[in-house]
Design a binder for this molecule. Structure first.
Ligand code: NAD
Length: 356
């Protein structure tokens, strides 16, 4: 007798790095960034129904390994991600990630995917989506301080989503700036390599800080900033790792994803526990004001929150099947009789003829 075919639920679509690269090209980088920003904004609009918790972080002297779970009651998602600033010196990535989406109804996984590329895309889409709500009207120039792995994604997202036309780049390592300039040549952006952070922010209405250093660094000080700028600070994202002088936080209106997590990991870890912040989802739903006037300094203290990864996983699930760019993983045990897991085991392999 033929064994019944395993149920399709037993196979989990897996998106490898190779397939993710093909998928991004198939969809188009700008279109994917725009689509991700739409999914993230949709999820910020329904923020209150998410099951939220600060990420579960395991810190070491060299970096951090984190799990980022959330659920909207229908789907459940999590990401595994690390942050190791010293890695690039060893030829490794600072940030790598993979993630999973599951059905709340069955608990079965429905998607497993690389998320190193997807994190860079979703981080950039989040930053640009937030800036669309907070940046000064007509902003066209962005300073990009820190020209590592995230930087090109940030530049392209701000171009696609906010209409930025010029980027002024600075990194302590000129080789990183040269790499970003090369990668962004032909993007339609006007690029200027700068030799100091002060030079980079000249004439910029938006300032992105995207550096990696496991210490309280001071990439920007208050006296460097003119009125009305929007700061997109995404590099400071774990305890003891910040980018901005506290005076900037005192002067700016600070916007965050999830205060319970940002107070631990963000720029505001330098401030008292009751330091006032506005949650971004409230700005998006109209429950709280965003930018009120042209002179206001707005600051997005972005640390990356699980809901953004959930949105990215949702986007991927919704766009994956049309592309065929995945492999089916035999990841879920699927015995013919759900209570006969042992019988399934014994039917396999040379000793399958179990003589009990
Ligand atoms: P990366 O290591 O590839 O690049 C970081 C760059 O910063 C390097 O080129 C380095 O030379 C430069 N740098 C370090 N100190 C500097 C300084 N004082 N001034 C100017 N440049 C400086 O890292 P990456 O993957 O691009 O990530 C950058 C940061 O963003 C990391 O700290 C990472 O943890 C964080 N991150 C945040 C989010 C989020 O959602 N908020 C998501 C991904 C990464």
């Amino acid at each position: 007798m033929l064994a019944p075919a395993p149920s399709r639920l037993a196979y989990v679509p897996f998106v490898s790095v190779e397939n993710m690269m093909k998928l991004v090209h198939r969809i188009g980088i700008a279109e994917m960034l725009t689509g991700l920003a739409e999914y993230i904004e949709q999820d910020f609009r329904r923020w209150e129904l998410f099951d939220k918790t600060p990420r579960v972080a395991s810190h070491s002297r060299e970096g951090v390994i984190e799990l980022m779970p959330t659920s909207d009651g229908e789907d459940y998602g999590f990401k595994y991600v690390n942050g190791h600033p010293k890695n690039t010196r060893e030829g490794l990535q600072t940030v790598t990630a993979f993630g999973l989406l599951a059905s709340v109804n069955t608990g079965y996984p429905v998607l497993l995917t690389e998320m190193t590329l997807l994190t860079a895309l979703r981080t950039a889409a989040t930053s640009a989506m937030v800036a669309r709500h907070l940046a000064p009207e007509g902003a066209r120039t962005m300073a990009m301080i820190g020209n590592g792995a995230q930087s090109e994604f940030q530049a392209l997202a701000f171009r696609a989503i906010c209409g930025i036309t010029a980027v002024r780049l600075y990194d302590t390592d000129p080789a990183a700036t040269a790499k970003a300039m090369r990668n962004l040549a032909g993007s339609g952006l006007t690029l200027t390599a700068c030799s100091t952070a002060e030079e980079a922010i000249l004439g910029a209405e938006i300032i992105t800080t995207c550096t990696a250093d496991k210490q309280n660094a001071t990439i920007l000080t208050d006296n460097m900033l003119g009125a009305g700028v929007h700061i997109n600070a995404i590099g400071g994202d774990c305890p003891g790792k910040t980018e901005l002088h506290p005076d900037i936080l005192s002067r700016a209106d600070v916007f965050v994803e999830y205060p319970e997590q940002t107070r631990i990991e963000g720029e505001i870890q330098q401030m008292p526990a009751d330091f006032p912040v506005t949650e971004m989802w409230q700005v998006i739903t109209g429950a709280a004001p965003g930018r009120r006037d042209a002179a206001q300094v707005t600051l997005f203290d972005g640390v990356g929150f699980a809901v953004e990864d959930f949105s990215a996983l949702r986007y991927l699930r919704d766009h994956l099947h049309a592309t065929g760019l995945f492999q089916d993983l035999d990841m879920i045990a699927d015995p013919d009789d759900p209570r006969d897991l042992f019988g399934m085991l014994m039917r396999a392999g040379p000793e399958g003829a179990h003589a009990a």
